[in-house]
Design a protein around this ligand. Sequence first.
Ligand code: NAX
Length: 328
Amino acid sequence: AKAPMRVAVTGAAGQIGYSLLFRIANGDVLGKDQPVILQLLEIPDEKAQKALQGVMMELEDCAFPLLVGMTAHSDPMTAFKDIDIAFLVGARPRGPGMERKDLLAANAQIFTAQGKALNAVAKRTVKVLVVGNPANTNAYIAMKSAPDLPAKNFTAMLRLDHNRALSQLAAKMGKPVGDIEKLVVWGNHSPTMYPDHRFATVGGESVKALINDPVWNKEVHIPTVGKRGAAIIEARGLSSAASAANAAIDHMHDWVLGTNGKWVTMGVPSNGEYGIPKDVIYGFPVTCENGEYKIVEGLEIDEFSRERMDHTLNELLEEQAGVKHLLS
Ligand code: NAX
């Protein structure tokens, strides 16, 4: 039997956690032959810790054969000890009257502390996925707070945006969603993201040629994907949770187990690809193999795309500038 892998999840008593944990324990991320130990982090608040105990009771009651251990934590220094995988889901939500800069500052504090803890106690090969918003900037902060870990270990979630765009395209074309390849969502996980299907194929045919509707792309498709999170809140009265957990699972599964040459979107630190400044955590097309992702390079960027890619980049640069003084 394989040695268990240690998986940390923060915000484990939250609504994404409630959809995520059971699927990790079921083998949906690391494989049906990979035992896991869950190391769950919540804020020290009594109510949150009690809720976490309740979730752990339910995990026990599932009797998952692959779940060989599980611990509750209120300190990232113990939660992240020897971990292989981190899902950083917990973050400070925007409260009433909270300004964007207050939100950035509150999260900078959380992700500085968590980055330092990862730096101190996680496995050197730890794979980190930041889901908590602002996800790209939080991943950037954690990465900068963990100078002894490779920068490439830090990623942010754009997979939900990627999956949302896939479904919109499939519906528009009347084609099976699973047949679409080579889609990318560039940039920030925010309404400024740029879903780009110029290279996409469906059953080998060009998606762009099949749809052939630049007005739909610009005025319907791109804004629909960008505003999908708000549309879910409007309909459900709660933000996306099961679909967000599903995307987190897709992201980590593909990173660990590979994509067989298929493209997926991950928010990863730039090395200067496509003119994106080094270290900005940006949505890029990647392929994954042997536990490593590789940015797909050499794609042609037309004028419309350049403008969209710069727009979402500028938002990320503003967020970075807003937290610069908080990074120590
Ligand atoms: P919830 O408010 O249901 O749960 C968050 C949990 O995190 C809470 O239980 C809270 O106590 C905990 N928490 C807060 N600070 C913590 C800390 N420092 N350490 C450990 N735990 C902490 O939110 P949920 O709906 O689960 O969403 C979680 C995050 O995901 C939010 O920031 C949300 O904005 C973000 N999302 C990101 C998405 C993406 O595509 N990147 C999509 C979905 C989601 O909106």
